[in-house]
Write a protein that binds this ligand. Structure first.
Ligand code: BGC
Length: 744
C-alpha cells in the first residue's frame, strides 16, 4: 500500500477517502497539546456522531464508579456547503480531493474539485490548524470558487454537540459497540459569534465552552445565525459570481472549567473571541508558524539519502509534539494521543519508556510535566497498593485524570506490574538528562522510595535459596500468560530499589532536613533502607551461563514451540485469530521483552549477552504490538546488524503512514511507536551514549543514508550532532564539543 506522497516536509494524498476513510482520518490528525481532532472531513454529514472526534487533554469523565473515558467534545469544524439544490458531499464520486499536511507548521490543506450536476465545477479549498501559539484557538479558512457559471451558494459553519463516544475496550479481544453521549448542551448564544457550552455527564461534570466567529471580506454578504437543539452556526446565502473566490475565516475559541473558574467561562470565551477577531486569521497563521519553527529548532532530524524515511521521522516527531500538553502537569499522553478514543484515552508505560526520551532530549520543560504527572498521582498509587494488600505505591497499568487502575481486564490490569518500575526508570532518565536537582530532591526520591516499598511487599522470599521471587506477573510480552520472575520486570525492580537507596542516601548526606522530613512523613527507618539494599541483589534473574542467555521468565522454556510461518502470514496480530489462552502456551513473544531491557541498559550487558538475547528471542517475536519494531531496530543497530536494523526501523517509522499493522484507521495513531522510532535513530543508528558526563556517538548508519543530523538536549545544553560518511561531529551550544568515537 502506498497512498501518500512524501517530500521531506509534507504528506500528500490525492486518493478519494471513499475507501480507507478511517485511515486518512487518523493520518491527518491534528493537535496542539491542549486539543486534538481527527482528520475527518467537516463537510461529511454521513459521519456518525462518534466519528467526528474532538478531544481536549484531561477532559475525561466517569462511565462507571471508577472508570473514565475521554470525552468527545462538540465538533467545531462542522461545515455545510450547498450549490443550488445540491449539497456538497465530499465522499461522493463527483468530488476529487487532494490533501496535504504540512509538518513544518501543522497546517492541513484540502482542495476539492466538485463536478455539480447543474452548476459546473466548484473548487473548495480549506486550510486548518490548531494553533500552538495560542492553544485555545483553532482556525479554518475556506475559499470557494464557481469555475464555470454563476450560482446560488450557501455556506454554513458552526459548532455541533451532536457527538458521542464509542469507546473501545482495553481488552484486546472485546470490541465495545456501546455509544455514549458524554457531553450535553447547557447554554448557547449568538451575537457576533456562535457560542455553545456543554457539560460532561459523569461525576467530573466538566464544562466546555466553544465559540466561533466567521470573518469574510465580502462586505455585501450578510450573516444569518442558525440555532438548533445541539447546534449553533452562521450561514451566508449569496449569488456566487463565476470565477470569483469567496473566502471565509472561522476563528474558534475553546476553554474548559479545568483551567478556568466556572463562573468566569463566559467572560473568558468572549474576551478570547474578541482577541482573535482583532488578530485575524493571517496574524494567527504567522504566529503559529513561528511557534512551530521554534519547536523544530531543537527537535528536527535530518536524514539525507531517503526522502520517505526523512518525511516519516518528521511525521513521528510532529505527532509527538502536537499531542503533548506541554504546559500541563495534570495530564499525560494517551497511547493514541488526543486524537482517538482507543483505550479510553488512557495513559500507559508507552509514555514513560517509549515517548519520554524524545521530550527529555528536545524539550526538557515539557518532559518535566510528564514526570510531574506521575508524582501528582502518587497518592492514587498508594491507594492502588493498599487495595491489593501491599505497601508503598503501585502505578496502574492504565490511568487518566484518575490515577486508579483503569484497566478492566484482570490478567493485564493486576499482573502487568512492571509499569511501577518503568515509572521510576523514566523519572531517573529525566533527572539524569536534565540535572533537575529540584525535581530530584523534592519529588523523584519520594517516588523511588514508595515504589521500592511496593516491590518489596510484592516479592516472595524463598528461604531455601535465600532468594526473592516475583510470582504471578505478566511481562512486556503479553503472550507469556501469568508467570513468575519475568527478567525484564525483576531487573527494573532491582534498578528501582537502587534508585531508592541512592536517593535517600544522597538526601541524608546532602539535605539532612529534607531527609528527616521525608523519612518521618513516609515512616521510613534506616533499617528499611538497608533491607532494600540487601534484597535487591537477591531478586532472581533467570540466566543460562553456558549460553550467556537471560531467560525471559520461569515458564518460558517449558512452552510449546510454534511454527510461526504457518500461522503468521502478515503483520496483523495473531490474537485476532488465536485466543490468548492458547497463545500463552506457545513459545512466542507478542513484543520486545528482553530485547527492550537491553536497549534500556545498553552498558550492563556484554556483546555476547546482547547477541544471545537477539539470536534467541528475535526469531520467536511476532511483533503483535506496535511497540516492538522500533526496539528491535535499536538493538540491531547497536549490534551492527544494519540491514535488519533498517528493516525494523522502516516498519516502526512507517507504522501508521503505511498502515503496517492494518490498524491505523480503526485504532488511531501509535504514539509509542513514534517514540521507539526516535530512540532507534538516536540510541541505535547514531549510538548516542553518555559516558562520564560526555556525549559520545558510535554510529551505524544504513548504507543509503549519506547524512544524519539532529539535536540532543543534555543538562540544559543543546548538542548538535552530525554524522556523515562514517565520521561525525558534536557541537555544544554552537561550539565544537568533541569528535565522534570510533566505531567498535
Ligand atoms: C501492548 C502494550 C501497550 C498497549 C498500549 C498493547 O497492545 O502490548 O505494551 O502498552 O498496547 O499501547
Amino acid at each position: 500500500m502506498n497512498k501518500l506522497d512524501y517530500d521531506g516536509w509534507s504528506i500528500k494524498s490525492n486518493a478519494s477517502m471513499r475507501q480507507d476513510k478511517k485511515y486518512y482520518e487518523s493520518i491527518f490528525s491534528q493537535g496542539n497539546g491542549y486539543m486534538g481532532i481527527r482528520g475527518s472531513l467537516p463537510e461529511d454529514f454521513e459521519n456518525q456522531s462518534y466519528e467526528r472526534c474532538t478531544y481536549i487533554a484531561g477532559v475525561f469523565d466517569y462511565i462507571k464508579e471508577e472508570i473514565t473515558d475521554m470525552v468527545n467534545v462538540p465538533d467545531y469544524m462542522n461545515t455545510k456547503i450547498t450549490v443550488g439544490e445540491e449539497v456538497f458531499e465530499p465522499l461522493h464520486e463527483s468530488v476529487d480531493i487532494e490533501q496535504t499536511l504540512w509538518l513544518r507548521d501543522g497546517i492541513l490543506e484540502r482542495c476539492y474539485c466538485w463536478k455539480t450536476k447543474n452548476s459546473g465545477k466548484i473548487v473548495i479549498k480549506s486550510q486548518r490548524f490548531l494553533s500552538i501559539d495560542d492553544i485555545h484557538t483553532a482556525l479554518i479558512r475556506y475559499e470557494i470558487v464557481a469555475l464555470e457559471k454563476p450560482c446560488d451558494m450557501l455556506f454554513e459553519t458552526g459548532i455541533s454537540a451532536n457527538v458521542s463516544n464509542q469507546s473501545i475496550e482495553d481488552d484486546q479481544l472485546k470490541q465495545n459497540h456501546t455509544i455514549l453521549k458524554m457531553a450535553m448542551p447547557i447554554e448557547a448564544w449568538q451575537d457576533e459569534a456562535d457560542v455553545l457550552k456543554v457539560k460532561t455527564t459523569g461525576r467530573a461534570g466538566i464544562h466546555i465552552i466553544e465559540g466561533s466567529l466567521v470573518q469574510t471580506e465580502e462586505r455585501e454578504l450578510l450573516p444569518e445565525h442558525v440555532k438548533e437543539k445541539e447546534y449553533v452556526g452562521t450561514k451566508y446565502a449569496f449569488r456566487a459570481k463565476q470565477g470569483k473566490s469567496y473566502c471565509f475565516d472561522k476563528l474558534i475559541s475553546v476553554f474548559t472549567s479545568r483551567e478556568c473558574k466556572l463562573d468566569q467561562l463566559n467572560q473568558v470565551i468572549l474576551a478570547h473571541i474578541k482577541k482573535n477577531k482583532t488578530l485575524g486569521y493571517n496574524t494567527m497563521y504567522r504566529k503559529n508558524k513561528l511557534a512551530w519553527m521554534k519547536k523544530w529548532e531543537t527537535s528536527d532530524i535530518e536524514i539525507e539519502g531517503d526522502i520517505k524515511i526523512q518525511t516519516a521521522i518528521r511525521y513521528n516527531i510532529f505527532q509527538l509534539i502536537q499531542t503533548n500538553a506541554e504546559g500541563d502537569c495534570t495530564v499525560n499522553i494517551g497511547a493514541r494521543g488526543i486524537m482517538h478514543g482507543r483505550y479510553k484515552g488512557c495513559y500507559f508505560w508507552d509514555t514513560d519508556i517509549f515517548m519520554l526520551p524524545f521530550y527529555v532530549n528536545s524539550n526538557q520543560e515539557a518532559a518535566r510535566n510528564l514526570v510531574m504527572y506521575r508524582y501528582l498521582k502518587l497518592d492514587d498509587a498508594r491507594k492502588n497498593a493498599k487495595e491489593l494488600n501491599l505497601q508503598g505505591a503501585r502505578y496502574p497499568w492504565m490511568c487518566s485524570i484518575d490515577g486508579r487502575e483503569q484497566c478492566e481486564s484482570w490478567d493485564i490490569g493486576k499482573s502487568e506490574i512492571h509499569v511501577t518500575a518503568d515509572v521510576a526508570y523514566a523519572v531517573d532518565y529525566y533527572v539524569r538528562m536534565s540535572n533537575d536537582l529540584e525535581f530530584y530532591e523534592n519529588y523523584a526520591i519520594e517516588i523511588y522510595a514508595e515504589t521500592a516499598r511496593y516491590h518489596v511487599s510484592r516479592l516472595t522470599y524463598d528461604e531455601n535459596k535465600d532468594m526473592y521471587n516475583l510470582m504471578f506477573v505478566k511481562g512486556p510480552d503479553e503472550y507469556c500468560g501469568i508467570t513468575s520472575n519475568n527478567t525484564y520486570t525483576n531487573w527494573m525492580i532491582r534498578y528501582n530499589m537502587k534508585l531508592a537507596v541512592e536517593g535517600l542516601t544522597y538526601l541524608k548526606e546532602n539535605r539532612a532536613t529534607k531527609y528527616h522530613e521525608l523519612t518521618c512523613r513516609l515512616g521510613i527507618k534506616g533499617l528499611e533502607i538497608k533491607k532494600w539494599d540487601t534484597i535487591r541483589d537477591k531478586i532472581s534473574l533467570p540466566y543460562d551461563d553456558a549460553k550467556y542467555l537471560y531467560i525471559q521468565d520461569d515458564t518460558f522454556m517449558k512452552l510449546e514451540p510454534l511454527m510461526i510461518d504457518d500461522y503468521k502470514t502478515n503483520e496483523s496480530p495473531l490474537y485476532h485469530s488465536i485466543c490468548f489462552d492458547r497463545l500463552q502456551r506457545y513459545r512466542v513473544l507478542k513484543q520486545a521483552d528482553l530485547v527492550l531491557l537491553v536497549t534500556l541498559f545498553p552498558d550492563d550487558f556484554s556483546v555476547e549477552q546482547k547477541q544471545a538475547i537477539w539470536n534467541y528471542y528475535e526469531p520467536l517475536t511476532l511483533h503483535d504490538s506496535s511497540l516492538s519494531y522500533g526496539v528491535h531496530a535499536n538493538l540491531a543497530a547497536n549490534l551492527s546488524m544494519n540491514q535488519q536494523a533498517l528493516a525494523y526501523f522502516e516498519k516502526s517509522v512507517l507504522l501508521d503512514l503505511e498502515d503496517i499493522m492494518s490498524s491505523t484507521g480503526k485504532e488511531g495513531l501509535h504514539f509509542a511507536a513514534f517514540g521507539a522510532s526516535w530512540q532507534a535513530l538516536i540510541m541505535g543508528f547514531a549510538g548516542i551514549r553518555i559516558k562520564e558526563d560526555t556525549i559520545t556517538v558510535n554510529p551505524n548508519l544504513p548504507m543509503n543514508w549519506s547524512k544524519l543530523r539532529f539535536h540532543f538536549k543534555y543538562k540544559g545544553s543543546d548538542y548538535q550532532i552530525e554524522i556523515k560518511e562514517g565520521t561525525g561531529h558534536i557541537q555544544k551550544d554552537g561550539k565544537i564539543h568533541n569528535k565522534m568515537e570510533e566505531s567498535d
